[in-house]
Structures are given as C-alpha cells and as structure tokens.
Design a protein around this ligand. Structure first.
Ligand SMILES: NC(=O)C1=CN([C@@H]2O[C@H](COP(=O)(O)OP(=O)(O)OC[C@H]3O[C@@H](n4cnc5c(N)ncnc54)[C@H](OP(=O)(O)O)[C@@H]3O)[C@@H](O)[C@H]2O)C=CC1
Ligand SMILES: O=C(CO)COP(=O)(O)O
Length: 334
C-alpha cells in the first residue's frame, strides 16, 4: 500500500518505521528539511528518535506533492496544529482517501477531537479512523511488543486495515467505538500529569493507584456524556494507556507532572520540553467541556489549577483530600 505519515516527530517516525517494515511504501512528511534529510541520508531522526536506525525503504520529504497518490494517510502532528496542517495540505488530498488519526488531544477552541476535525474537512469521507492505545514511540521503534486499537465506523474497512497494518510486535485490535477510543487517548494525558505530580511530591504508590482509579472514573463520566461507550475505557486505549502513562517515565505528560511536583514552574519546564505533552492543552479543553456538560472531574480540575492558576501542588492536594466522602460508584444504591 502507498502510505503517507504526516508529522515526523517521535510517534510519526515510529509508525512510519512499523509500516515500512510491514512492506508498505511509506513517505514521512516532515515540516523541516533537515529532518527529512537526516532520515533520507543518515537513516535516523536524531531529534526525536536518536539511535534508531530507520529502514532503507522509508522515504521522507517536506513536499506535500508526495500525498497525491497515497492510499492511506496517517495524521501524527500535535492536536492543536492539526487544523492548520489540514488547511495547508487539503488541496493535495483525495476526498475519500482512507485516513487514520494517531493524535491524542482535544482542540481547545472548538472542543473537537482530531476525528471530528478530520470530518469537518472531509465530510464525505467514510474511511476515517483512529489509532490509540499504550504505545511509547521509543519502545515501538525498538520493536518491543505493543498492542493498540484501530477504531472506525465501517467494520469491514477497519478489519482490512487491522490486517494490513499489524505486525507480530505491533498487534492491532479493532473497535467500532471511535468516540471512546479517541477520548480515552486524550483524557488519560491529564491524569498522567496528575500521577507525575503525585510522584514528584513523593506521595507514594498508594496515592498513584488511587489517582489512576479515580482518574479512570472521572474520564469515563465525561467520555460517556460525550458519546463514548463505557466498556472502551477498560480496554487498551483506556485503562491500558492510563496505566502506561501514569507509571512510565517515558511519558512526556507524566514527566511534566513530576517536575511540577518537584517544584519547577511550568514556564521553566516548557523551555526545555522539545516534544509535545498533549495533556497541557487538553486540560484547558476539558475544563471547558466539563463545565459545559456539568461533569465533576476533581483530578482534571486540580491539574488545571496547578497549570493555569498557579496554585501550589501541595495546596491543591490538601483540597482534594478534604473533599466530602462519597460512595465509590454513583450507580450502586450504597
Ligand atoms: N510519542 C509517543 O509515544 C506517542 C504520541 N502520540 C501522539 O502523537 C501525536 C504526535 O506526538 P509526537 O510525535 O510524540 O510529537 P513530537 O513532539 O515528538 O513531534 C511533533 C511533530 O509534529 C510536527 N509539528 C508540530 N507542529 C506542527 C505544525 N504546526 N505543522 C506541521 N508539523 C508540526 C513537529 O515538527 P517540528 O519537528 O518541525 O517541530 C514534529 O515532527 C500527539 O498527539 C501524541 O499524543 C500517540 C502515541 C504515542
Ligand atoms: O500516549 C503515549 C503512549 O501511549 C505517549 O504518552 P506521552 O505523550 O505522555 O509521552
């Protein structure tokens, strides 16, 4: 299959490597020519995946022309950049070319997910899909076993892409709950920041387990209000990715939280953060969505206050722990 991956950061490069190893003809569309040149001539993306040797067949370019004859496009740019990237590239794209978003975020202005933004640009396209799940780029690039989920509305189509894109070390499960799979991936990043803060403060493993569990509970509440199926949250894109990013120090979101917990200011952290930590922006989008839909999200709210109202992590923690006691599950008559 002729494939283009748009976005030559860590995840775009790792996915392009997987697809190239599967035998597809892959173009990786970079924004900067030095990135494309390093990939084409040194077989490496030194800024984002240093030391990983990329397949000789994988080609990189900065020319949007390479999108013209592709049979599949993967979108792998930061969520807040997607709309601008689509505006600049739409003339090179077929209106019904299959497309997969591998982006985990929510647009701040519109409250839309990447899938919804793609639908806005390609309203007739019935071949839009979402890829999510626990998958650190570096581990995938090192061919460590990974399981992810591909979601789409057309079961036959998702099934065929599941087969076409899987490798033994990159197992793709399929789902019809696009909304759920996509929201899981976006919302877990905020909880990962919270887990990092907790670890940075030295609050211990009990606290982290509580954050993961209560975090899951609140992201299900919002997700279901927004049309997701609750069962999806117990799958790879939900619990799987939540556990990975709340416990793995390869996570950029967790790392930002950890540094905040250690007392660094967000402005200092942003200065040397050379990759995207989507949870920072998603926290703003979720603040608006939770207020609009009247969903209580105490952990996400706490992260928002630390990030954007400069409340100290210790003060936010004190408030979290003094919330009224309640039943664990709202639906049970306890
Ligand atoms: N890394 C991971 O392990 C995983 C990441 N994801 C998701 O994938 C998405 C991309 O993340 P990731 O690859 O890690 O991010 P990185 O920060 O590693 O790379 C971002 C890439 O996007 C490019 N980019 C940024 N802004 C623009 C823009 N306005 N126009 C065009 N290109 C732009 C960057 O180009 P430049 O270098 O020129 O700035 C860079 O190639 C995120 O939503 C993330 O949550 C999902 C699963 C795993
Ligand atoms: O989503 C990820 C792994 O599944 C990557 O997490 P970070 O963006 O926090 O690094």
């Amino acid at each position: 299959m002729k494939i283009a991956v748009v976005g030559a950061g860590s995840w775009g490069t790792a996915l392009a490597k997987v697809l190239s190893e599967k035998g597809h003809e892959v173009f990786l569309l970079a924004r900067r020519s030095e990135v494309a040149e390093a990939i084409n001539h040194r077989r490496e993306n030194p800024q984002y995946l240093p030391g990983i040797i990329l397949p000789a067949e994988l080609q990189a370019s900065v020319e949007p022309e390479v999108l013209r004859d592709r049979e599949l496009i993967l979108w792998v740019v930061p969520c807040q950049s997607l709309r601008g990237v689509l505006k600049s590239l739409r003339d090179y794209l077929g209106s019904d070319t299959p497309m997969i978003s591998a982006i985990k975020g929510i647009e701040i202005e519109s409250g839309k997910t990447p899938f919804e933004v793609l639908q806005e640009f390609f309203p007739e396209n019935r071949a839009l899909m979402v890829l999510s799940g626990p998958s650190f780029a570096l581990e995938v690039a090192n061919r460590l076993p990974t399981a992810v989920v591909l979601a789409g509305e057309d079961e036959k189509l998702v099934h065929s892409f599941q087969e076409a894109l899987s490798l033994p070390y990159f197992r793709i499960y399929r789902s019809l709950d696009v909304r759920g799979v996509e929201l899981c991936g976006a919302l877990k990043n905020i909880i990962a920041i919270a887990a990092g803060i907790s670890d940075g403060l030295g609050l211990g493993l009990n606290a982290r387990a509580a954050l993961i569990t209560r975090g899951l509970s609140e992201i299900i509440r919002l997700g279901v209000k927004l049309g997701a199926k609750s069962i999806t949250f117990s799958g790879l894109a939900g619990l799987g990715d939540l556990v990975l990013t709340c416990t793995g120090n390869l996570s950029r979101n967790y790392t930002v939280g950890f540094r905040l917990g250690k007392g660094e200011k967000l402005s200092e952290i942003l200065q040397d953060l050379h990759q995207v930590a989507e949870g920072l922006k998603t926290a703003l989008a979720v603040k608006k969505l939770s207020e609009k839909h009247q969903v209580e999200m105490p952990i996400s709210e706490a992260v928002y206050r630390i990030l954007y109202e400069e409340e100290s992590p210790a003060e936010v923690l004190r408030k979290l722990l003094s919330r009224p006691l309640k039943a664990e599950f709202e639906v049970l008559p306890l």
